[in-house]
Ligand binder design. Structure first.
Ligand code: AMP
Length: 248
């Protein structure tokens, strides 16, 4: 079984984003970029399924600028077998990404597509669900456990009330949550090996997908600055203060 793993190049999770002075977006100039953390979890899960003998090939896909090659090389260094970059300098919205992934899935016929539950740059949480709808295939989102059994996959989902386990017939779409696994670091020899693994470069036009934006960002602004707290001497003073503020 082949596994398709979409990976997005995003602002590194350790970086504090700065909003551009004109409010049109987040300033990405000279900012460290990395693989979306939930996508690292997706790559790790695919590798574990391959190590168990369930999967035979892992194909990593990224939609983004030429630099997204670095993200794909990271996936290859972790253990993916080959990669596809759908190169574009335009910002592609979740529906555009889902349409491209659908076209790639039609070509590649994966048994599983394992995505992150959300990209940490715009927190959309949409691509996996849209892809499942476009492909007409079952989806198991927010996975904390994935077990392939014959021609189905059991996905334990992190839902508000606890855990829910669903059984999906393959081919299926899975999106990863934080507790699914701890992604491995790529070793130096594997980073070197990854340089010679195949990486195909395509364009959205190659797949006949129009990625023109449907949404318009009106304004991006910093969250309001929180006012400083105060210190109180003891519990009585705390209760008195809470009453004074009308919260107790
Ligand atoms: P989102 O719905 O944008 O929050 O993204 C959910 C997941 O879809 C991500 O964790 C990735 O696995 C995948 N994805 C989103 N955008 C891209 C992209 N540009 N290239 C590859 N995969 C993507």
């Amino acid at each position: 079984m082949k596994i398709l793993v979409p990976v997005k190049r995003v602002i590194d999770y350790n970086v504090k984003p700065r909003v551009k002075a004109d409010g049109t977006g987040v300033d990405l100039a000279n900012v460290k970029m990395s693989m979306n953390p939930f996508d690292e979890i997706a790559v790790e899960e695919a590798i574990r399924l391959k190590e168990k003998g369930v999967a035979t090939e892992i194909v990593a896909v990224s939609v983004g600028p030429q630099k997204a090659q670095e993200t794909l090389r990271t996936a290859l260094a972790m253990g993916a077998d080959r990669a596809i970059l759908v190169q574009t300098d335009d910002e592609v919205e979740p529906l555009g990404v889902a349409k491209l992934l659908k076209a790639i899935a039609d070509e590649e016929q994966p048994g599983l597509v394992v995505l992150g539950k959300q990209a940490i740059d715009d927190d959309s949480n949409q691509v996996g669900q849209m892809l499942a709808a476009l492909m007409g295939r079952p989806q198991g989102t927010f996975a904390s456990k994935v077990e392939v059994e014959g021609d189905s996959v059991s996905v334990t989902r992190e839902v508000d009330g606890g855990l829910e386990t669903v059984k999906l017939s393959l081919p299926a779409i899975v999106t990863t949550d934080l507790r699914l696994n701890e992604p491995r670091y790529a070793s130096l020899p594997n980073i070197m090996k990854a340089k010679s693994k195949p990486l195909a470069t395509k364009t959205p036009a190659d797949y006949g997908v129009d990625v023109a934006p449907r949404l318009k960002t009106l304004k991006v602004s910093e969250p309001p600055v929180r006012s400083a707290g105060i210190k109180v001497a003891d519990v009585d003073a705390l209760v008195a203060k809470l009453k004074e503020l009308g919260v107790a």
